[in-house]
Design a protein around this ligand. Structure first.
Ligand code: AMP
Length: 371
């Protein structure tokens, strides 16, 4: 048995979970790091506090969640100075996300110099998407020079959930095709063919694809030129608008889907439209990925919205009965593991995601440790 500490360092927070085998023995969240009124001054103090609190006896590894691994990190990677330098070099691709992970790595390595540390990248699972699925039709020299391509995110979640779906259906993951719908505050869809990602909805950043809590998802890039040239908005303001004031937040003024659903029930037209846009986008991606995969063995909902909102699950897949896709109202309401009617051609599943457990397991794999 080996203990693994999983760290998810954000710009002002650190989430941690300590695993013994597959069991969680400690977990917590330090928030508002460095903010006035926050509990701790910086990441070092936050991690020191975590180390003091938990029992580090038998700790075999620390697994770090890193958002962007660029094109080069295609799996969990044991951290050394060279890896840190390579992750640093990727900061321009993920200026909002990678610096926090680097701080977490730097501090954890200093505090636990004898414990091997592993970086698990949100992008890595998507390294198997074929070139035609990650290349955009833009000037080749620009794309190459500036590393412009689709990378995709939420990889640990899509990997975990697609494998669990196959197991749930009593199938071999290597022979199972799944469309996974990770619908949380961030949201993305993924087409998984025999355990390998072959398409996903996020891009160079986590901005495109599905409608999210505060991110717009797909828009015509011309919107940006128009807001800049015609509306006179500076680029940072446009970026801020699309990433923090877009999505459900932008359309309704609230980012939490529960609030949108309450307003919709009360007859609010903005909330009604936002819900329809949200669900239609999911349906469009399901249709696209049916075509990418050809044969689909399951469609799986996960994350905050996917696991908890029967109305989103039902509306997203409505009208697809001719394709063998439907949702049984009672199973959906009860949140059974399989919510499609008995004998449906394509099972529809609800599988709770567990990114931290997947990070712990991938960290062990990278170090050839057993659970
Ligand atoms: P996550 O990022 O996976 O933690 O998902 C967070 C989001 O899940 C929240 O912003 C909510 O919009 C959504 N959520 C959580 N519980 C429910 C629920 N019971 N019904 C609808 N949405 C929910």
């Amino acid at each position: 048995m080996s203990r693994v500490l999983v760290l998810n360092s954000g710009s002002s927070s650190v989430k941690y979970r300590l695993f013994d085998g597959a069991a969680t023995v400690a977990k917590g969240l330090v928030e508002r790091i460095g903010e006035s009124g926050g509990e701790v001054a910086d990441h070092r103090a936050a991690l020191q506090g975590i180390m003091d609190e938990i029992d580090l006896e038998g700790l075999a590894a620390v697994g770090h969640r890193v958002v962007h691994g660029g094109a080069e990190f295609t799996g969990p990677t044991v951290i050394d100075d060279a890896v840190v330098a390579r992750v640093e070099a990727l900061v321009p691709l993920a200026p909002l996300h990678n610096p926090a992970a680097l701080t977490g790595i730097e501090v954890a390595r200093k505090l636990l110099p004898d414990v091997p540390q592993v970086a698990v990248f949100d992008t890595a699972f998507h390294a198997t998407i074929p070139p035609e699925g990650v290349t955009w039709a833009i000037d080749k020299s620009l794309a190459e020079r500036w590393q412009i391509r689709r990378y995709g995110f939420h990889g640990t979640s899509h990997a975990y959930v697609s494998r669990r779906t196959a197991q749930l259906l009593g199938r071999d993951p290597a022979e199972t095709n799944v469309i996974t719908l990770h619908l949380g505050n961030g949201a993305s869809a993924c087409a998984v063919e025999g355990g390998r990602s072959v398409a996903t909805s996020m891009g160079m950043s986590p901005l495109p694809g599905l409608v999210m809590g505060t991110r717009s998802g797909d828009i015509d890039p011309t919107v940006i030129f128009h807001l800049h040239r015609v509306a006179g908005l500076p680029l940072d303001e446009i970026e801020n608008s699309l990433t923090r004031h877009g999505g459900l937040q932008g359309m309704t003024g609230v980012n939490d889907l529960r609030s949108v659903l309450e307003r919709r029930t009360a007859g609010d037209p903005d909330a009604t439209l936002a819900f329809d846009v949200y669900c239609r986008r999911i349906r469009e991606y399901v249709g696209a990925y049916l075509a990418v995969l050809g044969r689909v063995d399951a469609i799986t909902f996960t994350a905050g919205v996917g696991e908890n909102s029967p109305v989103v699950r039902a509306a997203s897949l409505s009208g697809l009965d001719p394709l063998g896709i439907s949702v049984d109202p009672e199973r959906n309401e009860r949140r059974d593991e399989v919510i499609s009617p008995h004998g449906a051609r394509i099972p529809v599943c609800v599988v709770p995601t567990d990114e931290e457990l997947e990070i712990a397991d991938q960290s062990r794999t990278a170090l050839s440790l057993s659970r």
